[in-house]
Design a protein around this ligand. Structure first.
Ligand SMILES: [Zn+2]
Length: 324
């Protein structure tokens, strides 16, 4: 039998062994140097048929990884916490069928009902499937994201068949939730990828779900970002007492790797901002900057082709004072 942490085990043996409830267990014992640092499932030793999948992070904490829409394959990652009083979910998938997959995966783990859904990223690839969450749950959302979602709904660009319920709990800074025996914190660490970025912190287990503040080996995506705020927000996350950082895109990592990858992501964001700043200060017009930009090793990261130009424009916007 191949070792538990080998791709072969996960691909071939594990699904047969455990009746498809959990298809992957976080390989806690796996040597750090054996983890392939990428968002690309194929380079990681997986195949597209391995997804969607549920990853057991600890006793009662799971992530759910399904593919983001588009040709370039990488995962959109959600977190769910199972307690004896119900389930808290952080983020959904991008369309109702995909989020139904998440809801069904939770039901295979526990008969307990979903009580809370935290909208950590208001973007469509994390909220577009919200119609598949059961009625009667409580949503938590940052005021910035609430305003964005309401604007989208009013203009007909919102999630299919779903609008944010009027009783959604607004979290400007921090909200503590006790669910069964679990203490959870919903925290705003500062603006980052959307402006209303929320994180979910489990103090007992020292797990921080960061949603799109942390894009594991995915090129810094800045369409609606606040570049320098994002860097400060990452520093705040790094200063917290965290064992496992969970990204909103890319793979769920074991503790040591997650710490390294969060810092690798911070370095990538730093490098992208520095390159755009260099071009801006040299007086290079933005359209030329897009073709001249040298992102070094980050040019090989997932989405660099599409997100590189967007990042240059966003940093120029901030440096010119147009981004408030
Ligand atoms: Zn996203």
């Amino acid at each position: 039998m191949p070792p538990r942490n080998s791709p072969l085990f996960h691909r071939v043996l594990l699904p047969a062994l455990c009746s498809s409830t959990i298809v992957a267990t976080l390989a806690v014992g796996e040597a750090r140097q054996n983890v392939v640092r990428t968002a690309d499932p194929v380079k990681r030793g997986l195949t597209t048929s391995d997804f969607p999948r549920t990853v057991k992070v600890t006793d009662n904490v799971y992530t759910y990884e399904d593919f983001h829409a588009g040709d370039e394959k990488f995962t959109t990652t959600n977190l769910f916490v199972v307690t004896d009083a119900g389930v808290l979910v952080a983020d959904g998938q991008g369309d109702p069928a995909a989020t139904k997959g998440l809801v069904d995966a939770i039901a295979r783990v526990t008969p307990k009902p979903i009580k809370y859904v935290v909208i950590c990223s208001d973007h469509g690839d994390h909220t577009g499937g919200n119609a598949s969450f059961p009625a009667g749950i409580t949503y938590l959302v940052h005021p910035t994201s609430k305003a964005i979602l309401e604007r989208q709904a009013a203009s007909g660009r919102g999630a299919a068949g779903w609008t944010l319920p009027p009783d959604a709990v607004v979290v400007p800074e921090k909200k503590a939730i006790t669910l069964g025996s679990e203490e959870l914190q919903v925290i705003f660490l500062g603006r980052a990828h959307t402006g209303g970025d929320l994180s979910v912190y489990l103090p007992r287990q020292k797990i921080l779900f960061m949603s799109e503040i942390f894009l594991n080996r995915v090129f810094p995506a800045m369409r609606s970002a606040y570049p320098s705020d994002w860097l400060r927000t990452l520093t705040r996350a790094e200063q917290m007492d965290v064992r496992i950082y969970v990204p909103g895109h890319g793979f769920t990592e074991q503790a040591a790797v997650s710490n390294e990858e969060l810092r690798a992501y911070h370095k990538a964001l730093d490098a992208v901002v520095a390159e755009a700043t260099r071009l801006y200060k040299a007086g290079v017009p933005v359209d030329n900057a897009i073709t001249q930009a040298d992102f070094g090793e980050y040019a090989a990261w997932t989405l660099s082709q599409s997100q590189g130009p967007i990042a240059i424009r966003k940093v120029y916007e901030e440096l010119s004072g147009a981004l408030k």
